[in-house]
Design a protein around this ligand. Structure first.
Ligand code: SAH
Length: 252
């Protein structure tokens, strides 16, 4: 009898932003394969499970994707309930479909459990309403890091009238600025740089498109961070700011 693989979003860091469904699935897991960006505090929901770290942070020591695939397959074929726990949402720059397709092609049942993506949590924690009525008609989640280095359609993004939330952009700020300004976005467009969103050590730096690279250097911005680019990034913290969770639950 085959087991099952759950691709589960652990949320952005704050363990209280884990869904009830994710907590339930973790409680039933025998094997939990966990990414680097996942706050280990959420593992309190699966004290009996075998936990395997399979991090793959950019530029650091990483576990090859093929190895992760094979490990999930092996445990599922042993009849185990396997949770692949990913930061944020598994379907937002999280390779969920890649892993699901590979497993399903080998007869393994796969189910996805959503998580709160870092872009949403980061903006809300600093009071930025991503789709403020009359200011932003939508939001675009984009990655600055493409697998084949193919260029983004910067003109479409600059003209979209949407707030841009950029993932994996810390090392590419100068390039992003150059591309967006060349595509017609005003150099004065507000930017918020948000590091470690929803974690106790979260920080934000407000800037604008013209200055974000220098401001990020002065701020010593580090990954993981998201960039929020658009008029809404000038919103003061306040009205939509997320509630803080209880301190006991927030430790990493
Ligand atoms: N699936 C994840 C994204 C994985 S890609 C999600 O939905 O959030 C990794 C990128 O996510 C990082 O480079 C960073 O841009 C962003 N990120 C993840 N966690 C973050 C956090 N707590 N604060 C800010 N950015 C974060």
């Amino acid at each position: 009898m085959h087991g099952k693989v759950w691709l589960v979003g652990a949320g952005p860091g704050d363990p209280e932003l884990l869904t009830l469904k994710a907590a339930r699935v973790l409680r039933g897991a025998q094997v939990v394969m966990v990414d680097d960006l996942v706050n280990r505090a959420v593992l309190e929901h699966c004290p009996e499970a075998r936990v395997i770290a399979v991090g793959k942070r950019g530029g650091c020591r990483s576990t090859p994707q093929a190895f992760i695939h094979r490990l999930m397959l092996r445990y599922a074929r042993q009849g185990k309930c396997v949770v692949r726990l990913k930061g944020g949402d598994p379907c937002i720059f999280g390779r969920a479909s890649e892993e699901a397709d590979w497993l399903q092609a080998r007869g393994i049942e796969v189910e996805v459990v959503n998580g709160i993506t870092a872009g949403l949590a980061g903006a809300t924690h600093f009071g930025i309403p991503l789709t403020l009525r009359g200011v932003a008609r939508g939001v675009s989640f984009v990655t600055a890091h493409t697998q084949d280095d193919s260029p983004l359609d910067w003109t479409a993004l600059a003209q979209s009238g949407t707030t841009l939330v950029v993932y994996m952009g810390v090392a590419k700020l100068a390039e992003i600025r150059g591309n967006l300004i060349a595509a017609g976005l005003a150099a004065s467009t507000p930017v918020a740089l948000i590091e470690n969103a929803s974690l106790p050590q979260q920080r934000e730096c407000r800037s604008d498109l013209a200055n974000m690279h220098e401001d990020a250097l002065a701020f010593e911005l580090k990954s993981p961070a998201i960039l929020v680019i658009g008029e809404v990034a000038a919103s003061a913290s306040g009205s939509v700011q997320a509630a803080r969770s209880s301190p006991g639950l927030r430790s990493k």
